[in-house]
Design a binder for this molecule. Structure first.
Ligand code: THU
Length: 165
């Protein structure tokens, strides 16, 4: 008797919104991006010269910022997104993170394309979403376009979280 196998091709779709400039954002979102741009100036990035800023808005109305902190022992550094997120969660452990704006400056100034959080930051953002049961809106800043992403599932589909343990 031949065994019949079942095989199905599946697909996951991701969604994002693209806009041309900060002027198309609401006042609150534009302010958050402005904060991320401002704090990028304080990044410690002497090795990459890639200056990243992140600003998170909490559901208690607070804004917490962070930037990348590099180290001569390269892996000891941390990305802007996690610096901001961990500072927010450390200081306001009962407030969900609602929105995160991220921006980056390279040697030519504000990055032309929207900055993309690395895999480890995506995982940390997922943890915060699951912890507070609140999706995090991401505003990824760039000179010629800005991407707005409703929740980490659009950046980290097929993720590993607490329910997989
Ligand atoms: N970096 C961030 O801070 N966030 C990102 O989304 C991408 C990369 C930092 C890490 C390192 O300090 C530098 O940018 C170059 O990778």
């Amino acid at each position: 008797m031949d065994k019949t196998f079942f095989m199905e091709q599946k697909k996951i779709e991701i969604e994002y919104t693209e806009i041309d400039s900060i002027d198309e954002l609401s006042t609150t979102d534009a302010y958050l991006v402005a904060k991320a741009r401002e704090v990028a100036n304080n990044a410690w990035a002497p090795y990459s010269n890639f200056f990243v800023g992140a600003a998170v808005e909490l559901n208690n109305g607070k804004i917490v910022t962070g930037n990348n902190q590099e180290n001569a022992a390269y892996p000891s550094g941390l990305c802007a997104e996690r610096v901001a997120l961990f500072a927010a969660n450390a200081n306001y452990p009962n407030s969900a993170v609602k929105t995160m704006a991220v921006t980056a400056f390279n040697k030519n100034g504000l990055s032309e394309t929207p900055v993309k959080p690395c895999g480890a930051c995506r995982q940390a953002i997922l943890e915060s979403e699951l912890r507070f049961e609140t999706p995090i809106r991401l505003i990824l800043d760039g000179k010629s376009k800005i991407h707005i992403i409703d929740g980490i599932k659009n950046l980290l589909p097929f993720s590993f979280g607490k329910d997989d343990l």
